[in-house]
Design a protein around this ligand. Structure first.
Ligand SMILES: N[C@@H](CCC(=O)N[C@@H](CS)C(=O)NCC(=O)O)C(=O)O
Length: 239
């Protein structure tokens, strides 16, 4: 069973996950859930998707994930795993095809360090458009984000690689990508301009088949994000 339209409070709980499948609880425009969807696609894992209404959460969902956030994974044995980075690491461990995390402990630690740093960048993507909508001066936040983008650019320059973990896509690229897919919606696309290596990375990411399979157009992101900023997110936008 897959449910494109989100399931809200009062909906019937989905049955057990079919054998040989894994289920992802998602919201179509959630960047954290896109991390998990990218890894599922990149690794060619058989999965089904259930989209959850995040403003009117079904009781059955809160029983599975008491924090009520997406993404979460559910296995045929009824095990539930949540927190996007943990779901991705779990998938990489359980499904051996196309490893996305490096096997060397140091390289793996480097990816985790990059992820930790990137987690501190994520709030800017929301704070800038939200504060701007409230009519606040966002120039300070914009300058800080510009600085963060410059650091990411510098990282690619120093490493002399196309992607953040080497010359092919690895886990860290998928962990960061969803926010770059949405730069227009977040009104921060212009900050890529002074950062050519980072911009080139976004162009290369757009050629990846998992990115292509999970992405929405800038216009769809803009339309959804407007409903989000207005306080009434349309989780089924475009369906
Ligand atoms: N740290 C979590 C964040 C997930 C998250 O914030 N998801 C949002 C949707 S984009 C959510 O479920 N929001 C529902 C809520 O805040 O109640 C992760 O990495 O999985």
């Amino acid at each position: 069973m897959s449910a494109e339209k989100c399931l809200a409070k009062g909906s019937a709980a989905p049955g057990p996950v079919p054998k040989d499948y894994i289920r992802v609880y998602s919201m179509r425009f959630c960047p954290f859930a896109q991390r998990t969807r990218l890894v599922l696609k990149a690794k060619g894992i058989k999965y089904e998707t259930i989209n959850v209404h995040l403003k009117e959460k079904p009781d059955w969902y809160l029983k599975k994930n008491p924090f009520g956030l997406v993404p979460a994974l559910e296995t045929p044995a009824g095990e539930v795993i949540y927190e996007s980075a943990i779901t991705c690491e779990y998938l990489d461990e359980v499904y051996p095809e196309k490893k996305l995390l490096p096997s060397s402990p140091f390289a793996k630690a480097q990816q985790k360090m990059m992820l930790e740093h990137f987690s501190k960048v994520i709030p800017y993507f929301y704070k800038i458009p939200m504060d701007r909508k409230k009519g606040e001066d966002v120039s300070g936040l914009e300058a800080e984000l510009k600085e963060k983008f410059a650091k990411l650019n510098e990282d690619l320059v120093n490493k002399k690689t196309k992607f953040f973990g080497g010359d092919s896509i690895t886990m860290i690229d998928y962990m960061m990508w969803p926010w770059f897919e949405r730069v227009e919606a977040y009104q921060v696309k212009q900050f890529l301009d002074g950062n050519p290596e980072l911009k080139k990375w976004t162009e290369l990411m757009l050629q990846d088949s998992a990115v292509k399979a999970t992405m929405f157009s800038p216009d769809a992101h803009k339309a959804f994000f407007k409903t989000f900023l207005d306080g009434n997110p349309d989780f089924d936008y475009g369906l």
